[in-house]
Each structure stands twice: as C-alpha cells, then as structure tokens.
Design a protein around this ligand. Structure first.
Ligand SMILES: Cc1cc2nc3c(=O)[nH]c(=O)nc-3n(C[C@H](O)[C@H](O)[C@H](O)COP(=O)(O)OP(=O)(O)OC[C@H]3O[C@@H](n4cnc5c(N)ncnc54)[C@H](O)[C@@H]3O)c2cc1C
Length: 393
C-alpha cells in the first residue's frame, strides 16, 4: 500500500490553515455557536481574504487552485475548529462547473465564490425524495427560450441566504430512472423563487437549512449547467471530490474532540487520581486514536486516487466518507463519556462536536446509501468472477 505521508508543501499548507483556524476563526466560531446564529458574511469574507474559500477553484478565477489532497488538508484544519465554516470553503458546485460550465458561467460565478461574495446552495432533497434522489418531482418545462420551474426542496443548507442555487429538476418525465434530470443555476431574486420554511435542526445552525419554493419560476436557457438530462452524471464529479475529503474532515473533528477529552482527563480528579490514570479510560482512548488515524489514512488514500483519476476513485471516496463518519460519531460520543456530565455542558465543546458529527452519517450520501454503492461495486466484481480486491492494491 502506498504511504500517504504528506509532502513538505502539504505540511506547510496545513500549518498555515491551522494558524488561521486557531487564531482567527476559533473566536468567531465560539461566539456564533454560543448565540446559535448563522455564520456571518464578514466571517466568510475573512476566510476568503485569507485564501480559504474556493480551495479547488483555479487561481485564474481567484481560488487557491489546490488538488483534492491539498483541499483535504486545509479542510481538516478548518473542520477541527468549525465544521460549518469548512463547508463554505469548498462549494459542491465548483467541480461540475469547472468541467461542464460555459466560459460565461465560470467567469460569472467562480471569482465571486472565491472572494466570498457569492454563497452557494445545493438543492436536491424533496419531501418524498431523500435517499431515493432519482424520484424528485420538481419539474422544469421548456417555454420558448426559457424554462418554467415548479417544485419544493427541503433541508437546503444555506438555502435562505444563498446567492446562487444549484437546482436539480426533472426535465423529462419519461426518461429512465436517474436520467432526465437537469442542473439549473438559479440566482437569488429570480421571479417565482422564494424561501419557505426555516428549519430548527440539532446542529449546523451556523449554516441554517431552509425550504426552497419554485412557483412558476422562470429562468433563461443559459441557466442550465451542461446539457439537459445530465444532472446526476455531472454531480458525481462534485460528490466524488467532496466524499474523498469528507473522511479527513470527520477524522479532524474526532481528533479535536479526543484532544479536548485527553486534556480534561489530565486535570479532572476522582478517587484522588486524575481520570487519565484509569486504565479503562486510557485503553478506550487508545482505540479511538487508532480508528481516527485509520479514517484519515483512508481519506488521504481516496484523495490520492481522485487526484490520479483512477477508476477506483469513486468507490474509495465512498469508503472514506462511510468509515470517517462512522468513526467520528463513535469517537465524539465516547468523548462526552470521558467528561461525564460535564460532556453535556455547552461550556465544553465536545457536545457540539457530537451534534455536528451526526450529520456526517446522513448528509452527502448517508451511511446506508454509501454501503449500497460499495456493495454494488463488490457485487459487480464477484459477478465478473473476480475476488474483491482492495482499492489500494
Ligand atoms: C443538516 C442537514 C443539512 C442538509 N443539507 C442539504 C442540502 O444542502 N441539500 C440537499 O439537497 N439536501 C440536504 N439535506 C438532506 C439530506 O441530504 C437528506 O436528509 C438525506 O439524503 C437523507 O434523506 P432523508 O432525510 O429523506 O431520509 P430517507 O431517505 O427517508 O432515509 C431514512 C433512513 O433510511 C435509510 N435508507 C433509505 N433507503 C434505504 C435503503 N434502500 N436501504 C437501506 N437504508 C435506506 C437512510 O439511509 C436513512 O438512514 C440536509 C439534511 C440535514 C439534516
């Protein structure tokens, strides 16, 4: 298996991101989370001014132009301090926009995203179409040079405040399953587009989720990303990239929780001894540490394959996200246990880490859906008479 030790360049990138996250982002994160508010535009601009928005956007469009491994190491540092901020550092839209967008779309949107002036949202989920995303009912009908869109999207991160929405809409009712779905780039203020319900969620309050309503929303044909009907295929570019880095982001949150718990156990005394002297707790911490390292290595591996563009890259990315999210939810839960009742107290950050990690198992491909994708890959190999080999072979 290859050795995924970071290069000197990646280490310096990571160090710089850590300094920014610790010194500039942490105070804003603590204040915003304490008040339960949304991340401010000023905070997004601060990230952009320091080069931490548009990580994967080429430098000619004002981004950092990082490869996927580079994005992962920066995202880790941002995530360990404030997961919500890290979500705004790399838009899911960038991947498909770079590959399938027109020059005009790239010029219009990429520099504005990199500078923190344009916040994007990704609108796929509907009331009756969650895991089964192919069954979405939002429909766009052609009308001369325009499209007229009707439907509703739920739980859309940053939905109420995004300037640009990447919308999945059906454009062909008779197309086979998974096809006939088109990506539209909808700007805030488009006629017939409005924000509906604002949801009160367990976590990620800094990037609030909202319902989006399209009621005879009329947009020009130039709003289509790529060709009509290519929606899911195009988004795989964004998903593969995001999922490869996601494992490292999960590992970073888990490591932040474990570090906090380890420090706490040095000073908290019971039965006349620090908690860190109890072997039962130390052994549990050791196991968690090993799992975090494994999750991170799997993610680095997936990023390396994604950068190399190998056929195994999408399945490696699914494994990285599946494993990383499962590990981080277990680790953060155990970190609360290390602090006992204090772990549930909002004065300690572990309760936030615990709430944050729950979304990891649900959003951007739930654990069950990722297991389904991986199992299909295994099945395909078995049907071809091949033994399942590891992606790292
Ligand atoms: C905080 C937050 C932010 C979100 N942000 C966005 C966003 O920005 N854009 C967006 O489009 N969506 C967003 N979502 C929605 C999210 O993508 C969906 O919640 C997710 O896809 C799951 O869909 P569902 O909630 O309808 O669950 P369901 O599809 O109803 O599934 C319920 C459970 O059953 C499991 N399940 C379903 N089918 C199967 C099967 N065949 N086999 C085994 N298990 C199965 C699922 O994995 C899940 O555990 C967000 C959700 C949250 C909570």
């Amino acid at each position: 298996m290859s050795n995924y030790r970071l290069t000197d360049e990646q280490r310096s990138l990571k160090e710089a991101a850590r300094r920014f996250a610790e010194n500039k982002l942490r105070p804003i994160a603590l204040e915003t989370e304490r008040k339960g508010e949304a991340m401010s535009r000023e905070a997004l601009k601060l990230m952009a001014e320091n080069g931490y928005v548009g990580l994967d956007i080429p430098t000619e469009y004002g981004g950092l132009g990082l490869d996927i491994m580079g994005c992962a190491v920066v995202l880790e540092e941002l995530s360990s301090v404030w997961f919500s901020a890290s979500t705004n550092a790399m838009s899911l839209l960038t991947g498909p926009l770079l590959v399938f967008g027109t020059d005009e779309q790239k010029q219009n949107y990429l520099p504005a995203i990199s500078s923190g002036n344009l916040l994007t949202a990704f609108a796929l989920t509907e009331t009756d179409a969650g895991s089964d995303a192919s069954s979405i009912q939002t429909f766009a009908a052609r009308d001369g040079d325009d499209w007229v869109i009707n439907g509703r999207k739920i739980y859309i991160t940053n939905g109420a405040r995004a300037d640009l929405i990447v919308l999945f809409a059906r454009t062909d009712r008779d197309a086979p399953r998974g096809e006939g779905i088109t990506l539209f780039l909808i700007e805030k203020g488009s006629p017939g587009f409005s924000v509906g319900q604002k949801y009160d969620m367990l976590a990620h309050t800094a990037n609030p989720v909202a319902e989006l309503v399209f009621d005879d929303c009329r947009v020009p044909n130039s709003c289509i990303l790529g060709e009509p009907g290519g929606g899911f295929r195009y988004m795989q570019v964004g998903f593969s990239k995001a999922r490869a880095t996601y494992g490292a982001r999960c590992a970073a949150v888990a490591q932040a929780a474990l570090n906090y718990a380890l420090d706490y156990m040095q000073t908290r005394e019971q039965f006349g001894q620090p908690l860190s002297s109890f072997q039962a707790l130390r052994f549990r911490a050791a196991e968690l540490y090993a799992k975090i390292e494994a999750a991170r290595q799997l993610s680095y591996h997936a990023c390396a394959l994604a950068d190399a563009g190998t056929d195994d890259a999408p399945v490696a990315a699914s494994m990285a996200k599946l494993f990383g999210s499962e590990v981080s939810t277990k680790v953060t839960e155990q970190c609360i246990q290390f602090l006992g009742g204090h772990g549930l107290d909002k004065d300690h950050p572990v309760e936030r880490f615990y709430r944050e990690t729950k979304l990891f198992q649900v959003g951007d491909g739930s654990s069950e859906m990722l297991s389904l994708l991986i199992s299909r890959h295994l099945n395909k190999q078995a049907q071809a008479g091949m033994h399942a080999r590891l992606a790292s072979d």
